[in-house]
Design a protein. Structure first.
Length: 146
């Protein structure tokens, strides 16, 4: 009859397996912390302050983003864009981006179109201090918390 294990005693093999499990867990945890996006911006409002080598906003306008719970709203001088947002994995992912339908000068309508395309391109986001940066590889916009 095989020997039954005694609780409280462990073999060298059991100890080795436990150490491997702890080491693997530490690697997984460290890997998940490799990129720092900052704290989720819920309850925050941001206004664009810079768009280096990117889209140039129409004179006299800025881009404004507001995060409330899991929702985002955005304005760029004409219509209001809105949708459900997921900021996990360091990307802004918006489901079903909607918009008001106000008629504006063509330059502002074009700007709304650019902003809609930019936000739905799943840009990377990062926050540091009072600033947030969105970057999709082609365009980068820096925002200040307002």
């Amino acid at each position: 009859m095989p020997e039954r294990p005694v609780w409280g005693r462990s073999s060298v093999a059991d100890t080795g397996r436990a150490l491997v499990a702890v080491a693997f867990g530490a690697i997984v945890l460290a890997g998940g912390c490799g990129e720092s996006y900052g704290e989720f911006p819920a309850g925050k409002t941001y206004t664009s302050i810079d768009a280096p080598d990117s889209y140039t906003p129409v004179d006299g306008t800025t881009i404004r983003l507001e995060f409330v719970d899991t929702r985002i709203s955005a304005e760029a001088g004409c219509n209001r864009l809105f949708g459900t947002v997921d900021t996990s994995q360091g990307r802004i992912t918006i489901e079903s981006l909607g918009s008001t339908r106000v008629a504006c000068p063509q330059a502002l309508m074009d700007q709304d179109g650019w902003l809609s395309a930019f936000l739905t391109s799943n840009p990377r986001w990062s926050r540091e201090g009072g600033t947030m940066t969105l970057d999709n590889g082609n365009d980068r916009v820096v925002f200040s918390e307002s």
